[in-house]
Design a protein around this ligand. Structure first.
Ligand code: SAH
Ligand code: SF4
Length: 435
């Protein structure tokens, strides 16, 4: 009988796509994927270590899951991803329930490892880094739904001083251009009409003499897909050529995620972000003048070491003046091994919390206003599913990546529907289908 595996993903879209790669690798070796954790012989947690809280959560889940093991040690439990890469060895020593830990570059060896764990009841870690691995030839086993993630590069060379990613995901390397285009084309043929290109810093994509703008241009010409998106753009690398390409290609969605991190030049410098606020502002102007309808989202962090009240005011001012469609707000979390973890002037927890709450409140009110401004507009929605709240309604995504809900028949799932926006609640647009 085929052994069954279940995989739960934490963290970013890159991890979601990695779980799809892992699922393909295991399915190719005869393992069967199940969606119900209780039916699985093998439970995998694909983890995120970018903040301490994310790491604590997955460790808690492993311990909890361990309570379900039977006398044959089933299900076996494996930790994948960035936490495995960072502290897999240590966790295997300290957590009895954990059977194996496999880092981000070793997924090809998972089938053999799992067989050994099941047969010989051994425990093991595989966390060696391989700065050439891009899993270029593996066709991901995609999750349900009309959106596909396509990884175009792995790793990061930027070493922002707060960030653990370059340590756990290794050096930046780009996938072969033709392989990416082929994967997009196949995704489209299989019904995934909305494709998001993924990388920690997509704007530094390069393969031979092809840059990110070249990739975007070619990908946008693929006939099997209807929408093309990408994350994440680093402000130091976003070129005019990329902005022009976005503006000129209809299939490229007019939305961008452009992490600011802080509005204070002093803090940006200490973060090693390699741009200042004035550069960032100029990019926003260029984006909005090339595409007046563009939706812009960002990441901002509070409580970075040395952040004073006036540095924080610069960040509030940045949010106020730029008026992002949405900001992902984070409380600085010291990560062992990063430069900033050793900086003096760590900001006290209660101050970090207060600043975080202020930013959340500020962004919520801006987002609310922005959503209200959409009332009366017509938007094209890519219908994803029946709404969770009402079975007579459908939910989907607009071109600028907002969730929209409207009454409709479930046969429309997977198609593009024009709606008139009639209202907005929280982060959802409400609408009515128009002919
Ligand atoms: N490569 C992407 C970001 C990856 S991490 C980029 O550069 O934009 C996603 C977000 O998590 C970052 O933008 C940052 O805002 C946040 N983050 C990263 N490390 C963090 C830390 N140590 N504490 C709090 N937030 C952090
Ligand atoms: Fe981390 Fe900076 Fe790389 Fe993003 S660009 S992954 S924040 S080091």
């Amino acid at each position: 009988m085929n052994k069954k595996f279940f995989i739960r993903t934490y963290g970013c879209q890159m991890n979601v796509n990695d779980s799809e790669l892992v699922s393909a690798i295991l399915a190719d070796s005869g393992f069967e994927k199940v969606e119900n954790i209780e039916k699985a012989d093998i439970v995998l947690f694909n983890s995120c270590t970018v903040r301490q809280h994310a790491e604590d959560r997955v460790i808690g889940r492993i311990t909890q899951e361990g309570g379900r093991k039977d006398s044959d040690n089933l299900p076996v439990i494996g930790l994948l991803g960035c936490v495995a890469q960072r502290i897999g060895d240590k966790l295997l020593k300290n957590i009895d329930a954990l059977d194996f830990a496999v880092g981000t570059d070793q997924y090809r060896k998972l089938p053999a490892l799992i067989k050994e764990v099941l047969q010989k009841k051994k425990r093991a870690t595989l966390v060696e880094q391989d700065n050439k691995e891009v899993y270029g030839d593996i066709k991901p086993l995609r999750r349900q739904g009309p959106n596909a993630f396509v990884t175009i590069m792995r790793g990061c060379n930027n070493f922002c001083t707060y960030c653990v990613v370059p340590y756990v995901r290794g050096r930046e390397r780009s996938r072969e251009l033709d392989k990416i285009l082929e994967e997009i084309e196949i995704a489209g043929q299989n019904g995934f009409k909305d494709v998001t290109l993924l990388g920690q810093n997509v704007n530094s994509y390069h393969y031979k003499n092809q840059k990110f703008a070249d990739l975007l241009n070619k990908a946008a010409d693929i006939k099997t897909i209807k929408r093309l998106r990408f994350v994440t753009s680093h402000p130091k690398d976003l070129s005019c050529k990329v902005i022009d390409t976005m503006a000129s290609k209809k299939k490229i969605c007019k939305s961008i995620h452009l992490p600011l991190q802080s509005g204070s030049d002093k803090i940006l410098d200490k973060m090693n972000r390699k741009y200042d606020f004035s550069h960032y502002r100029k990019l926003i102007r260029k984006l909005r003048s090339a595409m007046p309808q563009i939706a812009i989202t960002t990441d901002v962090m509070v409580g970075f070491p040395g952040e004073t009240e006036s540095d924080f005011m610069y960040t509030q001012h940045a949010l106020d003046s730029i008026r992002f469609d949405y900001s992902f707000t984070f409380k600085y979390s010291p990560r062992k091994g990063t430069k900033a973890a050793n900086f003096k002037n760590q900001v006290e927890e209660d101050v970090r919390l207060q600043r975080l709450q202020k930013l959340i409140d500020l962004q919520n009110s801006i987002t609310h206003e922005k959503y209200k401004e959409k009332i009366g507009d017509v938007a094209t929605v890519y219908v994803e599913q029946v709404s969770k709240k009402d079975e007579n309604e459908l939910s989907g995504r607009t071109e600028d990546n907002k969730i929209a809900v409207f009454p409709g028949d479930k046969e429309l799932i997977g198609s593009f529907v024009n709606i008139k926006i009639t209202g907005a609640t929280g982060w959802t647009l409400l609408g009515k289908k128009i002919a």
